[in-house]
Write a new protein. Sequence first.
Length: 257
Amino acid sequence: MATNRVDELTDVLRRLTTGEDRAQVRQEAEELLRTITPQELSVAEQRLIESGTEPEELRHLCDVHLRVLSDEVASFRAELAQGHPVDTLMAEHEVILEALAELEELNKAVQQGDALSEEQADRLTHIATHLVEAERHHQREEDALFPELEQRGVTGPPRIMRIEHEKLRARKHALLELAEKAKEIPFEELQWRLDGLTTYLVFNLRDHIFKEDNILYPAAVEVVTDPAVWEQVKLQCDEIGYCCFTPTEKTEPVPAP
């Protein structure tokens, strides 16, 4: 790992939190981010946390490197073996993103209406149930994947993701509770509560998924190089269990090399 590049990136990311010319610093950050690895980015973010930067503050720095890394996720995933735990997690992300798109569409229709139809109530319950079901996805990350990164010194990104999991978890359960009581709530109250939860979940869960696909997962594959370790991670994932929407072919055993 190039220490000088990590030092430089740490400095640039720190400057993004100050009152310095943001446009100029963002340009410097983008140029530098094109030359670094996910692991180096993880180390830089970890250093900021250790020096006193709040993990919550780092969440707002991500739009800089998301744009830089977005084109690389497809090629990264193509290199993963069938049944690899990370491939399964990424496949689940696709389903979760579809649920968010459906939630966004449903919320728009509810905001424009004057009453909640039976079909809309059923759709809301279905979407909310699937989002809550995604907790097994987060549990596999926290209990099987994150510890392997932390054992190898990558502690910052898992810490940030855990914080986000907690905040997302509360909103997902609130959405399910709202869905279960939707027909009993005055429509105007339902509208504003649904709009607030939808706005939060759509933005923050999409952002969370993008960071995991583009930063955390590539960093994990880079630092965990022993196939036997991934086999153990897979066994732990099997024990925890999968989501009701997990593609079944993604849970099959990892083929031998």
